[in-house]
Design a protein around this ligand. Structure first.
Ligand code: UTP
Length: 479
């Protein structure tokens, strides 16, 4: 049903948000209709609640950390974990993959402001030699999994209003990178209005609201709204392998991880890496009020982040979150229906807007508040959540910033180090520096090898093996 403009404008005025329609009378009929449609998306009661709890009084209250402790996790076999249990988990995960119970799930609706790249982040050219985009890296990993387990995976990709068309168009233009297009599903996440520091909804033009994606936590309700859960149910898929669009090292489907999740009867599972240093900007897996939680680096006091275990000397809160999860389909449905509703978080950002005269304002510093949901906030509601350790070098090197830590350059180096490790484990010798970085750039397609074992298999089939030199690309397994 079309919203009634008069009633809507009145509702905004009564909620103290009348400024949204300050320029309404100047707009063309088409622009008026668009503004009314955007405004009708807004849940005024929700905005009012968020303004009261997160904006007024300078922000949310500090977390109550009484009884807080580090969360237990399953250590890797080489670090004290039980190798028989890991082997059983890998076998269970492989069986689930062969049975077609698993789909991939990527959140790609972020704005990528820190990277400053023009276009959806998944289209960013990330690999060292071929400059393949992130979406292609994941596509090739999924095709490799299909070859190994004999089942083509469905892939659910969450986009935003801003990047949906560009993302779909990119897959179209590239023939879906060899994937069966009927198994690639795009859906848009919800959006939320930005407000100023007094709680008034900001316009980003005279006839449009400053709306932004509702955070990666919006993926649960957006997935349910999209009909994806019903599609999965009809296809016999009950398990989702969740990862972020900016991390090309991620194992898109990891049998051992999936197996731990299934064998434990978990509704949501997570991977962890030990933090490299106390100030590293990762969330922490903790137990609070008896439940598993991720506490952000900004919310955990620095003295706790620095605390060491007296016997091992390791950081007490060492278990860092790297945003890789396995999630049960029906858990998403339950969460989307409102069980254990996720809390919104406040982020102060620069928001382009208009002044009282309707002129454009491009702020130099944060002038507004955005509201975001985080997917890890679902963990306390999950039954039997399990956290397993992974090696950073095998799973995590995100592209977040334009330079420095977690940048295209650091990610390129981590990809090169991974190829060099695989080559060495396959018996090849190549020159590297003390960090394992090879002296020249080469590239391994996931279709050739996506982990040490698959790489070794493909490498052993090359007779004779190719000369290792600048620009070498190992593209296909030759199977
Ligand atoms: P980040 O927290 O790194 O945010 O997202 P971002 O928007 O990509 O980058 P900045 O902060 O603007 O620089 C982590 C993952 O969550 C997804 C992103 O696409 C990325 O895969 N995400 C984030 C969404 O899908 N939707 C959102 O609303 C936010």
């Amino acid at each position: 049903m079309r919203p009634d403009p008069t009633q809507l404008i009145e509702a905004f005025r009564r909620a103290g948000q009348g400024q949204v329609f300050a320029f309404y009378d100047r707009l063309s009929p088409g622009a008026k209709a668009r503004l009314v449609e955007e405004a009708a998306e807004i849940d005024l009661a929700e905005v009012d609640r968020l303004v009261r709890t997160l904006v007024a009084a300078g922000g949310p209250q500090p977390l109550d950390l009484k009884g807080l402790s580090p969360a237990p996790y399953e250590r890797l076999p080489g670090r004290g974990g039980d190798s028989a249990q890991w082997a059983a988990a890998a076998a269970a995960g492989e069986a689930a993959l062969r049975a077609g119970r698993v789909a991939a799930f990527t959140v790609a609706g972020g704005q990528g402001t820190r990277l400053g790249f023009d276009g959806p982040k998944g289209t960013f050219p990330v690999t060292p030699v071929r400059h393949r985009p992130l979406f292609q890296v994941f596509s090739e990993k999924l095709i490799a999994a299909e070859r190994r387990y004999g089942r083509a995976l469905h892939w659910f990709i969450m986009t935003s209003h801003q990047n949906h068309a560009a993302t779909e168009g990119f897959f179209e233009d590239n023939g879906h990178f060899g994937l069966d297009r009927s198994r690639v599903h795009f859906f848009r996440q919800g959006r939320m209005p930005a407000v100023d520091f007094t709680g008034r909804i900001l316009l980003d033009g005279q006839g449009s609201l400053a709306l932004s994606p509702d955070g990666h936590g919006g993926s649960l309700r957006a997935m349910a709204r999209s009909g994806g859960l019903d599609l999965m149910a009809s296809e016999g898929i009950d398990t989702l392998s969740y990862f972020q669009v900016d991390n090309p090292l991620v194992r898109c489907v990891d049998p051992a991880f999936i197996g731990w999740h299934l064998l434990r009867g978990s509704e949501m599972s997570s991977k962890t890496i030990p933090k490299a240093y106390p100030e590293e900007k990762l969330g922490h897996f903790c137990l609070r009020r008896g439940r598993l939680e991720v506490i952000e680096y900004s919310d955990l006091p620095m003295d706790l982040q620095r605390e060491k275990d007296p016997s091992s000397g390791a950081l007490r809160y060492e278990a860092g979150s790297i945003a890789i999860h396995v999630i049960d389909r029906e858990f998403i449905r339950r969460m989307a229906r409102g069980a254990g509703e996720l809390p919104f978080h406040r982020a102060d950002k620069k928001v382009s807007t208009v002044d009282a005269a309707g002129c454009e304002v491009r702020p130099e510093k944060a002038n507004g508040v955005k509201f975001e949901l985080f997917v890890f906030d679902a963990l306390p509601s999950a039954r039997n959540p399990v956290v397993i350790e992974t090696a950073r070098a095998d799973d995590f090197s995100p592209v977040k910033n334009a330079e420095g830590v977690d940048s295209p350059a650091s990610c390129r180096a981590d990809q090169l180090r991974q190829y060099a490790r695989w080559l060495k484990s396959a018996g090849a010798s190549l020159p590297t520096d003390s960090t394992g970085l090879p002296d020249f750039a080469l590239e391994v397609s996931p279709l050739f090898g996506y982990d040490e074992g698959s790489f070794r298999e493909s490498w052993s089939r090359l007779k004779p093996p190719p000369a290792l030199a600048e620009g070498l690309v190992l593209e296909n397994s030759g199977k």
